[in-house]
Every structure is written in C-alpha cells, then in structure tokens.
Design a protein around this ligand. Structure first.
Ligand code: FAD
Length: 382
C-alpha cells in the first residue's frame, strides 16, 4: 500500500469507486481507495439498485436525470468487459391517498420543467403497464419510461476496473481507524495496514460516514437505519417497470435474470447499525405483495437480507468540502437513493477537488444548510 497519495477515498461502494474513476479520468491518478470489506460490501451491494428521475426536489431530479444519461452509456464509457444490466423499463409510482396524488401533480410539474418525461396515468392505464396490479383503492400513478434498474455489483466492478486501469490503487480489507488533523488541515489517514499522508480525504463511507466525520471532529447530521429486502426464484418476464408506493412503503421489480427483488420500509426501525433480518419483514412483505401484485404471491423467496440507509433530515445528500477544515470532502447522507446518483456525484466531487468548473452547482447540498436552516425536504421516499 502507498504511504502517500494526493487523494485518499474512504469507502468502496458505488460512490467511492465513481469518485476514484472521475478523478483519474481528469488526470488525477495519485488516488488510493480504502475499503474495510470487499467492494460493494456496504449499502451498494445490499440495495434495490433502482434508478429513477421521479423526484420531488430539484436537486434530486437533476442529479438522477444526469446520472441516468451516464448509466445509459456506462458500459462503453468504462470499456467494461461485462454488462451493468441496465433494464430501462420505467417506474410506476402509485398514489393511494389524495395527499400523494396532489404531491405527484406538483412533482410532475417540476420533473417536466426539467425535461423528465414522466406522466400521470389512470388506474386503468397503470394496469395496462402492469397487468397483474391490483388497482383497488388506487387513485392514479405516475410513470417515467427512462427509469429502471441496474446490477449494483457489476456497476461497482465496472467503475473499479476503469479506475484501476487509470492508476488508482484500491485496497480492500483495509479499515480506516483514524485521521490526523493539524492546524485545521487533514494530513494523514491511519488504517489497520499502515498510514497514508494526503492532501485530501474523501468521506464516502456510506452508513459509517458519521464515524469518519468524528475522526475529523465533525458531528454530521446523519443517522443510519436498517432497510430489509428479499429476492425470489426467477420466473419468465412478467413485469417491466419497478412498482413503488411511498404511502405503503414498498417497491418491487423484476431483474433481467427473472427473479423479483422487493423491499419495504418500517417506520418503527431504530436508528442504529443493525443489519440483521426479521420474520416480521418477511410476513409484511408477503401480505403487501399478496394484496398489490397477487400474481406474485406464489413465488418462492430465495433469500432475505438488509442494509443501511444513511439518512439526512431533508433526505438529500451532503456533498463537498467544509469551510475551516482543509483537505476534507464528503459524499454522504444519500438516504435511500445513493446508488442512482453515483455517476454525477463522482463527477461533481472530482471537479470540486480539482478546482474545476462544476457541471451542476452543489452549494445547496453543503453541510452548512443545516445550520442555515435552508432545508428542502424530499417528499418522495420509501
Ligand atoms: P456504501 O455502498 O455503503 O459504501 C461505503 C463503504 O465504506 C462500505 O463498503 C464500507 O464497508 C466502507 N467503510 C465504512 N467505514 C469504513 C472504514 N472505517 N474504513 C474503510 N472502509 C469503510 N439506492 C438507490 O439509488 N436505489 C435503490 O433502489 C436503493 N435501494 C436500497 C435498498 C436497501 C435495502 C438499502 C439498504 C439501500 C438502498 N439504496 C438505494 C441506497 C443505496 O444503497 C446507498 O445510498 C448507496 O449504495 C450508497 O453508496 P455509497 O458508496 O455512498 O456507500
């Protein structure tokens, strides 16, 4: 392992590898990435890996829209020897309450003003898109054909391979245990395999971002929370889009392989680092599917697991450097949608580190917004 690098990235999830690739692509090859497990062993390899432009805040819409454009050509851009398996067959988002319906109308005005081709559909049209959908009690739905789903392991692998080819050193099974800050400047990262002197450390540690924050003396306004998910046996293709409901807190998609991946949020989940699984989730998920997509109720579950969201008070990420602390930047607090934003997050963090013009302004996603009280809460989350 190198003992000196221009940039040290903590975290080998999709955001860490995307930042590494984007730095190297811009000529900054002296980069070391540190990952305590294997690549994608954190939230990335545990996530639903859905990608959607249908958001309720402008920044989430813009970041997701630009990221989807990049995902569409990622195999070619990264010269990947595999396939990230981008199934671009849309998201169908269900409105079961008047409040949701009204919110979706506002979301569509925002999305369409940014060029996102989402639209409101009637329950009958929703059933044409997903024939096995139970439309009982459904008021309407929104649909965007550009949304979809990706294989998160392959996408991480694609970025990591491209970054390595450009000279990035990736060290897996290497845990960061401390960061040395002197006179308001980061200058060394300590690991269980030695230390690295650096001018810039990137906190891309996902649900452990707050732990890394404490190493540089920051109390970050984020917490981690378990979200459970399962996969079924594969069957012939029957469902094109991801089906999602915010009020009923679930999402369901069929992968190109044929298996279904589905998850459900629990409003009573404590704020901690638990990644165990519960019988209760399995039961509630099964009841939910039985009601909303009854055709799938006979499917056999192959495996269930869980991962952590890293949640901010406004469900928008925290990006960039912190005034008064030189040599530290972060890409954290992605809540339930950090996979889909990674292509743009990588580009923006790399541009910011290198002092280049940003392709999108990120100042409204800085850490200072919490002190300033300038929070715009994302309403469309599971
Ligand atoms: P991670 O993937 O968590 O990577 C951070 C890495 O840092 C980890 O691998 C960890 O091991 C490493 N690390 C931590 N501490 C240290 C240390 N001290 N030293 C070295 N390494 C360290 N997002 C979407 O966009 N779409 C979805 O459909 C979606 N569904 C989800 C479903 C579930 C069940 C869950 C749990 C999450 C979901 N998400 C989804 C959210 C998404 O998984 C995350 O926002 C995203 O993966 C974050 O990526 P990351 O690279 O920032 O963090």
């Amino acid at each position: 392992m190198k003992n000196r690098a221009q940039v040290v990235i903590i975290g080998g999830g999709i955001n860490g590898v995307s930042i590494a690739y984007n730095l190297a692509k811009r000529g900054c090859h002296d980069v070391v990435l540190l990952e305590k497990g294997y690549l994608a062993s954190g939230s990335t390899g545990r996530c639903g890996a859905g990608v959607r432009e249908q958001w309720g805040t402008e920044m989430n819409c813009r970041l997701a829209q630009a990221s989807i454009k990049k995902f569409e050509h990622l195999n070619e851009e990264l010269n990947y020897d595999g396939d990230i398996e981008f199934k671009q067959k849309g998201y169908l988002i269900l409105a079961h309450t008047e409040k949701e319906h009204e919110q979706f109308k506002r979301n569509l005005v925002l999305q369409n003003s940014l060029g996102i081709p989402s639209r409101m559909v009637t329950p009958q049209e929703a059933r044409e898109i997903v024939p096995h959908l139970n439309t009982e009690g459904l008021l309407a739905a929104t649909y965007c054909p550009e949304d979809g789903h990706i294989n998160p392991f392959k996408a991480t692998d694609a970025y990591a391979k491209a970054a390595r080819r450009l000279g990035v050193e990736i060290n897996t099974f290497t845990t960061v245990t401390g960061i040395v800050v002197k006179k308001g400047r980061v200058y060394r990262v300590i690991t269980d395999r030695g230390s690295i002197e650096t001018e810039m450390v990137v906190n891309a540690a996902g649900p452990y971002s707050q732990v890394i924050g404490q190493m540089v003396g920051l109390e970050l306004p984020v917490y981690s929370e378990r979200h459970q998910i399962l996969v079924t046996e594969p069957v012939e293709p029957v469902q094109d889009p991801m089906v999602m409901s915010f009020s009923r807190r679930f999402y369901v998609q069929q992968t190109p392989h044929g298996s279904f991946i589905m998850g459900m949020g629990d409003p009573n989940e404590p704020k901690d680092f638990n990644i165990g699984q519960s019988w209760q989730f399995l039961e509630e998920m099964a009841k939910c599917i039985d009601h909303h997509l009854p055709l799938l109720s006979e499917l056999r579950v192959v495996r269930q697991w869980s991962g952590l969201y890293n949640i901010t008070p406004d469900a928008q990420p925290i990006l960039g450097q912190v005034p008064g602390l030189r040599g530290y930047t972060m890409a954290i607090g992605f809540s339930g949608h950090g996979f889909m934003l990674a292509p743009m997050v990588g580009e923006l963090i790399a541009q910011d580190i290198l002092g280049q013009e940003l392709s999108l302004p990120i100042d409204m996603l800085d850490l200072g917004r919490f002190d300033r009280g300038e929070l715009v809460k994302e309403p469309s989350v599971v």
